[in-house]
Design a protein around this ligand. Structure first.
Ligand code: AMP
Length: 395
């Protein structure tokens, strides 16, 4: 059977990221983004075989953008597209695995929208548009939360009145599950261990950041909660704050809920602390030049990351390795070394040269000799979504 092609789609409210994944190749045959959807300046950008190109698609909505994408996909896939994998942010308690999309699955995604009001409706827009354009193909939903459905109750429950969980679904769900799952499998391969019989700490550090404790291929705890705001300091998100902060800001400053949510989600984290940028590259450069805010933002980021990893270690029977992934985890020797420096009690220490070598897609072990394994593993959520889609096509 020739190697199959899966189109992976990740829809935001005004964007569609896409990748055409061939099961036999690591590189995407086609990838890109349609941005500013609904605006006069909407644009489709793509890369194919090392070439970049773009097309203005003025005021295109999700469906129009996908229609423009269709001939590109057909040509890159040689006319043979076998299925479509959709990234869906929140699956609530409905989904612990990827699922073929049917009316029941669509209804469950819709009913979970109150838990992810920004993300699930956007994901649904993309799914519905793609179903209309590709009615004959199988469509699969892969959920960011699904991997964490294996967390034990003592890890996923908040210490809140029981009815809030039973009647309103208030619990910890966790996100970035596709990435944590992918890198933990890769890490086990790299270490010559079985993913079904090994224990990992994973740090996904991108614009959003989370940690995860993975035992025998299952998530046992993670730092994000009901929403992706809980846990680590991130690009623009605060991560954990005192829950009374909300009422304090309302009383002391007269802020309403929208203002508080905006500050915590869009104006905090690295951006808020540094007063400069949410981009770690810019902060590392500014720190080199002695910028106090950038220096503080990096210190807080690494200390809180280390604290979260130490907390996650409670869920592990033993530590087979710590994994760094995501744009920061894959590219920043500075953040890796500062974080690991706080984790001496776990016995962790890095080899300076190996740490410096693992950047821009280079995977590898970076621990110093005789210390527990630390791996840099580039994530590939699109590939994992495509593999999940293929698994369901085969079943
Ligand atoms: P992601 O969301 O996974 O694309 O990650 C985005 C984050 O990775 C941003 O904060 C980038 O600044 C950061 N990043 C990418 N390359 C580097 C680098 N060479 N050094 C430090 N941070 C980087």
């Amino acid at each position: 059977m020739p190697a199959r092609n899966i189109l992976v789609i990740n829809c935001g409210s005004s964007s569609i990221k896409f990748a055409l994944v061939n099961e036999a190749h690591g590189q995407f045959s086609l990838s890109g983004i349609a941005e500013r959807l609904g605006h006069p300046e909407a644009v489709l950008r793509w890369q194919r075989g090392g070439e970049q190109d773009s097309l203005m698609i003025p005021s295109a909505d999700h469906r129009a953008a996908l229609a423009q994408l269709l001939p590109l996909v057909q040509s890159a896939a040689g006319g043979k597209l076998h299925g479509i994998g959709h990234r869906v942010v929140h699956g609530g308690e409905h989904f612990s695995n990827a699922r073929k999309i049917d009316t029941q699955v669509l209804e469950a995604i819709r009913s979970t929208a109150p838990l992810a009001p920004l993300h699930n409706p956007a994901n649904l827009l993309g799914i519905e548009a793609a179903l209309k354009l590709y009615p004959a193909l199988p469509h699969v939903a892969v959920f960011d939360t699904a991997f964490h459905q294996s967390m034990p109750e003592h890890a996923y429950r908040y210490a809140l009145p029981d009815a809030l969980y039973r009647q309103h679904g208030v619990r910890r769900y966790g996100f970035h599950g596709t990435s944590h799952r992918y890198v933990s499998h890769r890490a086990a391969d790299m270490a010559g261990l079985s993913s079904g019989d090994s224990s990992w700490l994973s740090a996904h550090l991108g614009n959003g950041c989370s940690t995860c404790a993975i035992v025998n291929g299952q998530s046992r705890d993670t730092s994000m909660g009901l929403t992706p705001l809980e846990g680590l300091a991130m690009g623009t998100r605060s991560g954990d704050v005192d829950p009374n902060l909300h009422s304090h800001l309302a009383r002391a400053l007269g802020w309403n809920l929208e203002q508080i949510e905006r500050v915590l989600n869009q104006e905090s984290g690295l951006l808020g602390l540094s007063g400069l940028s949410n981009d770690m590259r810019s902060l590392e450069q500014a720190r080199e030049q002695g910028h106090a805010g950038a220096t503080l933002a990096i210190e807080v980021f690494c200390y809180r990351l280390a604290k979260s990893l130490a907390a996650m270690s409670c869920a592990l029977p033993q530590l087979d390795g710590l994994i760094f992934t995501g744009g920061i985890g894959e590219n920043s020797p500075l953040i890796r070394s500062k974080t690991v420096a706080h984790l001496k009690l776990l016995g962790l220490a890095l080899d300076k040269e190996a740490n410096a070598r693992c950047i821009r897609g280079v995977a590898g072990a970076i621990q110093s000799y005789g210390h527990p394994r630390v791996l840099v593993v580039p994530t590939n959520e699109e590939r994992q979504i495509a593999l999940d889609t293929l698994t369901l096509l085969d079943s």
